[in-house]
Write a new protein. Structure first.
Length: 97
């Protein structure tokens, strides 16, 4: 599988304000079709990484299970919705795992 060069996304606890991931201008955002049924957040990120080639860092404070279904949605939208569900935020950090 070819590795997609896409900025790293990190999920961290929500603090004052919100910083949501956006793809850099001109970057092709991977699209996601996936079902989560009572999945733990780290397992979900592993599944998304496998499907999209993106890399994720999830801080230890982010925990929880959830169920969700996505059909041909942009990865950044999927991550924002998952973060909202988990009370977390998505940060775009180029080149940092």
């Amino acid at each position: 599988m070819a590795r997609i060069q896409w900025p790293v996304l990190a999920l961290t606890l929500l603090t004052a304000g919100s910083l949501l991931a956006q793809a850099p201008p001109g970057a092709e955002v991977p699209r996601v079709t996936i079902d989560f049924d009572q999945v733990e957040v780290r397992e979900a990120m592993a599944q998304l990484a496998e499907q999209t080639g993106a890399e994720f860092l999830v801080t230890p404070e982010v925990r929880g299970t959830f169920s969700a279904r996505f059909r041909d949605e942009p990865l950044d939208k999927v991550l924002r919705l998952l973060a909202l569900t988990l009370g977390a935020e998505v940060r775009l950090v180029e080149g940092v795992f």
